[in-house]
Ligand binder design. Structure first.
Ligand code: C5J
Length: 222
């Protein structure tokens, strides 16, 4: 069996059962005028990982391996947006309000779209999710089961919120989870470092982490 060099120990790759899942690489989190910026965050941190996410995507596509994209977003009528979620953050620009890139985090709005450099191509799965975790209130679990996917390589944002939440959901459902270290980012460097440390602590209690080069080396050459 092929192995990816990873921490805290090598990741046992099952080539016929692995998928890349790119979490929420949306304009709303990465561009000025979006949701992330409205909360006072430095969104340039997110834009900087685009090249690493892009080469990971290219590696999976070249290897003919499945790719899943997620988008955090809500229905235009806000029926899937609990008040407990809406009524926090920036009181001047809530989810659903009109911002410079359209209605904040609403399906179909310009700001909700995946960054053009990382846009899904034909045949890739897109999961619209109202929560932080990609399994909550979506078809993700059924889709993975129907395709025989048992291992997930994670990229995207933010490390300690939607990425970590989805990794924990996947871990509890029995998936082997590997986080690509340079292809994930947080608005808070210390939160990214802490999330990576807690994921792989205690003998990979949530999963593994690995460098993008080491992931690509194994999926493209092993
Ligand atoms: C956040 C996310 N941070 N995609 N969403 O609100 O991590």
């Amino acid at each position: 069996m092929a192995e990816i060099k990873a921490q805290p120990f090598a990741f046992p790759l099952k080539r016929d059962a692995v998928a890349l899942i790119v979490i929420d690489m949306q304009r709303d989190f990465a561009e000025p005028g979006g949701f992330g910026a409205s909360l006072g965050n430095d969104v340039s941190r997110i834009a900087k990982i685009v090249p690493d996410v892009k080469r990971l995507l290219a590696g999976f596509r070249d290897a003919g391996l499945p790719v899943i994209h997620t988008m955090e977003c809500h229905k235009p009528d806000l029926s899937d947006l609990p008040p407990a979620k809406r009524d926090r953050g920036n009181p001047l620009l809530r989810i659903g309000d009109v911002g410079p890139m359209g209605r904040i985090l609403i399906a179909g709005e310009p700001g909700t779209a995946i960054l053009p450099e990382l846009a899904p191509i034909d045949g890739e799965i897109i999961i619209e999710k109202p929560g932080k975790g990609a399994f909550y209130a979506t078809d993700l679990g059924n889709i993975l089961t129907s395709k025989g996917i048992k291992q997930l390589v994670f990229a995207g944002v933010t490390t300690e919120v939607c990425v970590q939440t989805t990794m924990r959901e996947a871990n509890d459902r029995g998936y082997y989870c590997l986080l690509a270290e340079e292809a994930t980012e947080s608005y808070f460097p210390e939160f990214k470092a802490a999330a990576i440390a807690m994921i792989r602590a205690q003998g990979a209690i949530v999963g593994w982490t690995a460098r993008v080069d080491d992931i690509l080396e194994t999926i493209n050459h092993a």
